[in-house]
Design a protein around this ligand. Structure first.
Ligand SMILES: Cc1ncc(COP(=O)(O)O)c(C=O)c1O
Length: 369
């Protein structure tokens, strides 16, 4: 039977492959998706229950109340804030807004694994600029901007390496970007940044009207399952980007839960601070055990294991732990609950303590992969 004619881009697109977090009937320790380690607090659960009474109605398509509250908190006019079904949906809207055959998007590599997927779906050519010392090489990225560049993505902190770029470097970079080229600063993990001198790009939006800053409720605010994020940018730009978003995409429960989360923000940021302390503890232990770990500023750690990445991922799986494997490059382990982190540390130590004769190849046999 002939297939309906679809876009040829789909043939070469790998698509997103989430890490399987079950093994048979067992749930693995969930260190693969960079979620919050903390379960929802009562005020958020109460808001979810109350909003549930209204789910026979369409949601407010303008997310008015949440938009108003976000604008107030960031000290900007409401028409500069756009709420979406996760920051991923907003990224997709940006790609749709600029994408056309021949257009290019510049981003560091490796960065968030869905950037290339969004680029392919939007007919855009990806220009990947290698990381330097696991960090964005902003000068090299600026060098790659041409007349064809419609979008530049900066993931800060970078997923999966966790490194950050500071305000001065960012400003110097933005000075080199033509004002006709859109720049997206993806700050999904910003609440976990503890490095002094690294500030959010939100305060740069006034000076650079081609800049939008993306934030999410999925990480420190603990609402990954509800899908809500937002961006801040210049009013004219936000008006246009809004047209590229699917109407009614942010559901009522998500809108109310996000408002409730903002209401207990101090507590959530305190939780994020405990995750940061835990991240630093896990990194310190890994360093003491001989691992090379960059100074990660997200709620995760990055181990560049190269060809051993797959085998190490399976080793963790055997220990009942799901981590994110980037084959041939490295693995990313989220910072979870203390017991889960300790299990990861034990597995990592046992990996290093193996006799030298046990090679990655032998492990592959042992793990039956
Ligand atoms: C860097 C980065 N940006 C965006 C997203 C998407 O987040 P959201 O849940 O808001 O769609 C993620 C999710 O992991 C991410 O790592």
């Amino acid at each position: 039977m002939p297939m309906p004619r679809l876009r040829t881009a789909l043939d070469s697109l790998a698509g997103y492959r989430p890490t399987d977090r079950t093994r048979g009937p067992h749930h693995l320790r969930p260190l693969s998706a960079n979620e919050s380690a903390h379960s929802s607090l009562p005020p958020v659960l109460a808001a979810v229950a109350e909003a549930g009474l209204d789910i026979h109605r369409y949601p407010d398509p303008s997310c008015a109340e949440l938009t108003r509250e976000l604008a107030r908190r960031h000290g900007v006019d409401q028409d500069r804030v756009l709420v979406g079904a996760g920051s991923l949906a907003l990224l997709q809207a940006m790609f749709h807004a600029v994408g056309e055959p021949g257009a290019e998007v510049v981003y560091a590599w490796r960065a968030f694994e869905l950037y290339p997927v969004l680029a392919d779906l939007a007919w855009m050519r990806s220009v990947r600029v290698p990381l330097s010392d696991e960090t964005h090489d902003l000068a090299a990225m600026a060098d790659r901007i041409t007349d064809a560049t419609r979008l530049v993505l900066i993931c800060n902190p970078n997923n999966p390496t966790g490194t950050v770029v500071g305000g001065d470097a960012l400003r110097a970079f933005l000075d080199r970007v033509p004002p006709t080229c859109l720049v997206a600063l993806d700050e999904a993990y910003f609440e976990y940044v503890s490095e002094p001198g690294v500030s959010s790009g939100l305060h740069l939006c006034d000076a650079y009207p081609n800049l939008v800053v993306l934030r999410t409720f999925s990480k420190a605010y603990g609402l990954a399952g509800l899908r809500v994020g937002y961006l801040v940018g210049a009013a004219g730009l936000v008006t246009q980007l809004r047209k590229a978003c699917l109407a009614y995409a942010v559901n009522t429960v998500a809108q109310h839960a996000a408002l409730a989360a903002l209401g207990i923000e101090k507590e959530l940021l305190r939780q994020a601070a405990t995750t940061v302390a835990e991240r630093d503890r896990v990194r310190k232990t890994l360093l003491a055990d001989g691992w090379d770990v960059p100074d990660c500023q997200g709620n995760f750690l990055w181990l560049r294991l190269g060809d051993d990445s797959g085998a190490f991922g399976r080793w963790c799986l055997d220990a009942g732990i799901a981590v994110r494997v980037f084959d041939g490059e490295g693995i990313r382990a989220s910072i979870g609950a203390t017991l889960d982190n300790d299990a990861f540390l034990t597995a990592a130590k046992q990996w290093r303590d193996q006799p030298a004769a046990v090679t990655a190849g032998a492990l592959t046999d042992r793990c039956g992969a």
